[in-house]
Design a protein around this ligand. Structure first.
Ligand SMILES: NC(=O)c1ccc[n+]([C@@H]2O[C@H](COP(=O)([O-])OP(=O)(O)OC[C@H]3O[C@@H](n4cnc5c(N)ncnc54)[C@H](OP(=O)(O)O)[C@@H]3O)[C@@H](O)[C@H]2O)c1
Length: 411
């Protein structure tokens, strides 16, 4: 903090769009509550947008900077500049943290000021604070969940209405749950950025966006959802960060869950995150994944934490290896020729590759004959080999479709 001993805390606001404008409103509404909690009354002392404002002047006139511009450029320069000039920074910028986190943490450490970013992950859910503070010395095994509200809304609607992906996406855009350009939501990149941040915090090892393979929901068809319903499954876009084989695996992929799983009932634009560790078993938190006011409220919470003075340590420990090939269970949808022996042929291929079948449903007849099965957990590389061998059989009418499944059944 700069040398300001008055009771006011001057906030320089970078960006006044959806979240920035809500934050400004919230500061007005909550200034007295912040003063009661911290002894300091916040006020906005300067605003930078594309339309105007001078960054250097705003830093001169502030005790703390809130960055709500988004993207990496010029946000990175501004956040580094503010930290180097001794200003604590609050940001909601997942791209910036996921791509330049180490550089920013180091700048904050060197300047001896705080960098907080609760709103960058899972909207209003206080998952960053919980991992850094409540579980700060817990050996976390796994953090996973639904961290993109747009895709969760689309999958929930597809399952409920049976409507195709394109139609549901258009509805999500009309309702404001999806941007005009929803690319990074739909292809899993937005969730991957959030999982890179969560993995970095949970495992104290450097993880960046490029370390996180991601698959999106573009290939999901409404009949997969309909068949899966019969097997008691619901589909989510999951982000998973876990310890595996002495290293870590961080990934984003669409995945079926059995009913009873704590994430199965999370519908619409909501997010939910689970944390697992031996001494805590598991903790699940859910809440709105986005929204101007919801995000602004997470930003204000960070401002209050900074005024309260607690400072989480961001130093990374050793670099853990990234494990590429992990074991997963899969749902498999096969459009097959309607003739005797087909199921036996497919079972033979799976068996040869050491992939065992958990359940199978035969659907339709003639040109509509299908096999929908769930296979037990096996190495993904081995499953890919089995899939290739199945695709090479002359009994398939269309390429096989596979989606991961979390096999655990909760009661
Ligand atoms: N919206 C949400 O629900 C949500 C949820 C979680 C996290 N976030 C994060 O919050 C941040 C802000 O998102 P948002 O939805 O509020 O964005 P937004 O509505 O697009 O607002 C961006 C603001 O930044 C300003 N800006 C853009 N480029 C600039 C530049 N080069 N120099 C100076 N100012 C610039 C814009 O100026 P003009 O006003 O002049 O255009 C605008 O005021 C992002 O990091 C986003 O990922 C948003």
């Amino acid at each position: 903090m700069s040398e300001d001993h008055s009771k006011a805390v001057r906030i320089g606001l970078l960006g006044r769009g959806t979240v920035g404008a809500a934050f400004e409103e919230l500061i007005d509404r909550r200034a007295a509550a912040v003063e009661a909690a911290t002894g300091r009354r916040p006020r906005i002392s300067g605003v930078l947008t594309r339309a105007g404002g001078d960054f250097e002047q705003i830093v001169d006139d502030s005790d703390l900077i809130v960055e709500l511009i988004g993207g990496t450029d010029p946000a990175r320069e501004y956040v580094l500049g503010a930290l180097r000039r001794g200003r604590p920074v609050v940001t909601a910028n997942k791209q910036l943290l996921a791509q330049h986190g180490e550089e920013l943490f180091e700048a904050a450490r060197e300047a001896g000021v705080q960098l907080r970013f609760e709103a960058a992950v899972a909207g209003v859910i206080p998952i960053v604070r919980v991992i850094q503070e409540s579980f700060g010395v817990t050996e976390i095994d796994k953090v996973f969940g639904i961290v993109n509200g747009t895709t969760n809304f689309i999958l929930s609607e597809m399952a409920a209405s049976g409507a195709p992906y394109e139609e549901v996406l258009a509805r999500a855009q009309d309702l404001g749950y999806a941007e005009a350009d929803p690319g990074d939501d739909i292809n899993g990149a937005d969730a991957a950025a959030k999982m890179a941040i969560l993995a970095r915090l949970a495992f104290h090892t450097p993880v960046t966006l490029s370390d996180v393979p991601h698959e999106g929901i573009e290939q999901i068809s409404s009949d997969d959802l309909a068949y899966a319903k019969e097997l008691g499954l619901s589909l989510k876009l999951l982000g998973v960060a876990e310890r595996r084989q002495g290293g870590i695996s961080v990934r984003v992929f669409p995945c079926f869950l059995y009913g009873g799983h704590p994430l199965a009932p999370v519908e619409g634009p909501f997010n939910a995150v689970m944390v697992e560790a031996p001494e805590i078993t598991e903790v699940t938190m859910s809440g709105p994944g986005a929204g101007g006011m919801e995000t602004a409220s997470a930003v204000l919470g960070d401002v209050v934490s900074i005024l309260g003075g607690e400072a989480p340590v961001h130093e990374a420990r050793e670099r853990l290896p990234l494990v590429g090939d992990v074991a997963s269970s899969f749902y498999l949808h096969l459009a097959v020729a309607d003739r005797p022996g087909v199921l036996a042929q497919i079972a033979q291929v799976l068996g040869d590759k050491g992939v065992s079948v958990k359940s199978v449903v035969q659907q339709g007849a003639g040109d509509d004959a299908r096999l929908v099965m769930v296979v037990h957990e096996c190495l993904e590389s081995r499953f890919a080999e089995a899939l290739e061998a199945i695709d090479a059989l002359d009994v398939l009418r269309a390429p096989a479709r596979a989606i991961r499944v979390i096999e655990e059944e909760f009661v």
